[in-house]
Design a protein around this ligand. Structure first.
Ligand SMILES: [Zn+2]
Length: 274
């Protein structure tokens, strides 16, 4: 079990909510939430890293600056400093799980050179193979990938994921003790993974960006085309959303997603031992 968890906000962007829920014509904040999970043996584990301190310089020039225009970003700061403010020593982080390589998830990665970096083996190469403009369109800023990553990476091959006993997504038991299962959640980005674990409040399914807002699952509504075009594999994205919507209405898992309204507050309320 994960004994304690923090959900932190690593910057945010503003977007038109109607693109996601098809009904609210207003600009809202989409927080870039990342998690710190406390594992009895492995210590604090990070799940994604927010925009971090590297996002601003990485998006200063063209064509990368287009990313800021498409999704105006603010509130970015050092991910390590956000952890320190919660009493977590960033130098003691031994594991970082990257759900996918979009800039709002890897911006703080360079701040953790001592950690082992876990990610799906098919998450990075397809983005690195794109031309620079296509990389920006796919929310990937290559300079955010530290030069040391190949030495620190644990790239998990698809063959390491197998049928899950409880969930309709192939899973990989990261530490071999059942405490943290990575789930293949295809569609949003290449090799995207989510997580299944037990928090002090019960079973959790953290879906990363497999959906953005709870209304997508509750109302079974796909995002409007501009937001749908942004997905790496639209058919797979819609299939994954549909399976998550089934779980939302029937499972005992608490579902959460990185950019949903109130995610950090809800997870923080579930993350303390009672
Ligand atoms: Zn994403």
């Amino acid at each position: 079990m994960i004994r304690e968890l923090f959900a932190l906000e690593g910057g945010h962007c503003r977007q038109l909510l109607a693109l996601v829920d098809r009904r609210s014509p207003r600009l809202v904040r989409f927080e870039a939430v990342f998690l710190a999970l406390h594992h009895a043996r492995e210590g604090w584990i990070l799940v994604d890293t927010g925009y971090g301190e590297a996002f601003a310089p990485a998006s200063a020039r063209f064509p990368q600056r287009l990313y800021r225009w498409a999704t105006p970003v603010s509130g970015t700061r050092s991910t390590a400093s956000l952890l320190r403010a919660r009493g977590i020593d960033p130098a003691a982080i031994r594991h970082v799980i990257l759900t996918h390589f979009h800039a709002d998830h890897i911006g703080g990665l360079a701040e953790f050179p001592q950690a082992r970096i876990h990610h799906h083996a098919e998450a990075l190469a397809p983005l690195q193979a794109l031309r620079p403009l296509a990389q920006v369109r796919n929310a990937f800023l290559s300079s955010l990938v530290p030069s040391w990553l190949p030495d620190r990476a644990h790239a998990i091959p698809p063959t390491a994921f197998s049928r899950d006993a409880e969930l309709p997504f192939p899973s990989h038991d990261l530490f071999g003790d059942g405490s943290l299962r990575l789930l293949e959640l295809p569609g949003h980005a290449p090799g995207q993974v989510g997580l299944a674990f037990h928090s002090p409040a019960g079973p959790e399914l953290y879906a990363a960006d497999a959906y953005w807002r709870e209304s997508q699952l509750r109302l079974r509504r796909a995002p409007l085309p501009p937001a749908l075009w942004f997905q790496w594999d639209r058919a797979a994205y819609l299939r994954t959303c549909s399976r998550l919507a089934d779980l939302y209405s029937s499972s005992h898992y608490h579902l959460s997603a990185c950019h949903d309204a109130g995610t950090a507050a809800r997870l923080n309320a579930r993350g303390r031992p009672s």
